[in-house]
Write a protein that binds this ligand. Structure first.
Ligand code: GTP
Ligand code: MG
Length: 195
């Protein structure tokens, strides 16, 4: 989809703040620093609209981006760094769980993992949640430009096995640097959000 109009319409922490226009919505999940904002920018064809940062934990709220007055992308904050207190982590978990379970317009989520590593406990927890709530999910393995070319195929297969992906779930290898994988991700989003 060519994005001709994009607006950050809301930074929300609770359901009363979610937009109410009823457009279908795609959430972007994954631990802090995995590349959610970078992927969002590639998909919306903007350089730094969703702020990226080398500093983990930059995004703390559910950020709703309205695209072409027909679709929302939601940048969901990730945790995963030891600095965060137990209390903050519980609050975060509650915010995410509320969002995933109560948002009726949520058409699917893109769950990001780091292509270079095995799944973390965080990735596994998110995977189990999404399966439990039966939320349509596309897995995206980010930063593939940092992998040796010769390793990409084997690593994709390995991640697919670790995720126990079923036939209707898929994994896309992606790089925000080369934009490889972006068309496949858009195809999936278009499929999920057409009515
Ligand atoms: P939080 O907002 O903290 O949760 O992080 P995030 O998941 O939004 O990550 P962000 O997009 O800010 O990226 C974190 C860092 O990784 C930044 O320095 C990005 O430039 C870098 N990065 C993200 N994607 C890629 C990629 O595909 N390739 C490379 N080489 N670097 C990437
Ligand atoms: Mg971010």
């Amino acid at each position: 989809m060519k994005v001709t109009d994009v607006q950050l319409v809301m930074s929300a922490v609770s359901p009363s703040q979610y937009p109410t226009t009823g457009y279908p919505e795609i959430g972007f999940l994954g631990r802090s620093n995995v590349g959610k904002s970078s992927l969002t920018n590639v998909l919306i064809q903007r350089k730094d609209y969703a702020h990226t940062s080398g500093q983990p934990g930059k995004t703390q709220t559910l950020n709703f981006y309205e695209l072409n007055h027909k679709l929302y992308f939601v940048d969901v904050p990730g945790y995963g760094y030891a600095k965060v207190s137990k209390q903050a982590r519980e609050k975060w978990a509650e915010m995410i769980e509320t969002y995933l379970t109560q948002r009726s317009t949520l058409a699917g989520v893109v769950n990001l993992i780091d292509s270079r590593h095995a799944l973390s406990d965080y990735d596994r927890q998110m995977h189990d949640w999404l399966a439990y709530y039966q939320i349509p999910t596309l897995y995206v393995a980010t930063k593939m430009d940092k992998l040796a070319k010769s390793k990409v195929k084997a690593q994709a297969k390995d991640l697919q096995q670790q995720l126990h992906l079923t036939a209707d779930q898929s994994l896309v290898m992606f790089s925000a640097k080369t934009k490889q994988g972006a068309p496949e991700i858009w195809n999936w989003i278009t499929d999920q959000t057409k009515n």
